[in-house]
Design a protein around this ligand. Structure first.
Ligand code: MTE
Ligand code: MO
Length: 241
């Protein structure tokens, strides 16, 4: 690999692998999109060697793969989970898990599609509409986007404000009619039904209303920011929503 040393926690494995790939030379530049998808696939394999606790669940339960760009992620539950909503809002708010559970819940059942090709049909997700949290926070007129951060300390995502206000975008508490497991990004993950699954940030801890979209973790590595299933990333999958 390269000269970067592993850190105690939160090492961005994907970036390390990707930089290693670029180390191959100019080929890395021309072949970048393919190599990046290869990188994500590699991570699914890498997590099989991961002593973080995800290991026992692999490989690939029920059509899913378990992805994390870090080597370990802290476990959070109702005692210590917090979600902050801040940025260009009138009322910055911090929610506990119980706070989120007390809000109106929306359930939907749609296919999930990862940009690397795997699809899981008819997967129930349930949680609070992101639009509900945005309305409660009072989004200011200057706002144009929403940025999501995660308690793995590395992953990030973003949506335009218009995308974020869609009724099929959830701050999800349940998946497959169970509380979201740690491996799947619990206790709370984002769920963006009409977009490739990389938009659905796991281990969600921060929602920041911003002026402009800032590309997320995989988007910095080449994935499309507007990640509509079937209409982005050079793919023609059937829509999920
Ligand atoms: N925090 C975080 N969220 C993430 C990822 C990740 O590595 N870290 N991977 C993304 C990608 S590429 C996919 S396909 C899905 C995988 O979700 P799963 O592990 O529940 O199958 O999570 C998305 N959200
Ligand atoms: Mo993915």
């Amino acid at each position: 690999m390269n000269s970067e040393r592993p850190e105690k926690r939160g090492t961005p494995v994907g970036r390390r692998v990707f930089l290693g790939t670029l180390g191959l030379g100019a080929l890395g530049v021309y072949a970048a999109p393919t190599l990046q998808r290869g990188t994500e696939a590699f991570l699914a394999g890498a997590s099989q060697l991961d002593p973080s606790g995800l290991t026992g669940l692999l490989p690939n339960g029920g059509g899913f793969r378990y992805y994390s760009v870090t080597t370990s992620v802290p476990h959070k539950d109702a005692t210590n989970y917090r979600l902050t909503v801040d940025g260009l809002v009138d009322h910055p708010t911090t929610y506990t898990l119980d706070d989120l559970r007390a809000l109106p819940q929306t359930r939907m059942v749609k296919d999930i599609q990862c940009v690397t090709g795997w699809r899981v049909p008819q997967t129930p997700f349930e949680g609070v509409r992101l639009s509900h949290l945005l309305d409660a926070a009072g989004v200011r007129g200057s706002a144009g986007a929403v940025r999501f951060t995660c308690f793995d300390g590395a992953y990030s995502e973003s949506l335009t404000l218009e995308q974020a206000r869609r009724s099929d975008v959830l701050v999800a508490l349940r998946m497959q009619d169970e509380d979201i497991s740690h491996a799947h990004g619990g206790p709370v993950r984002l769920y963006v039904a009409p977009m490739y699954f990389y938009k659905s940030a796991k281990w969600l801890s921060g929602i920041t209303v911003t002026e402009y979209v800032k590309p997320g973790y995989w988007e910095d590595l080449g994935y499309d920011v507007d990640a509509w299933v079937g209409k982005s990333n050079g793919r023609d999958d059937d829509p999920t929503s």
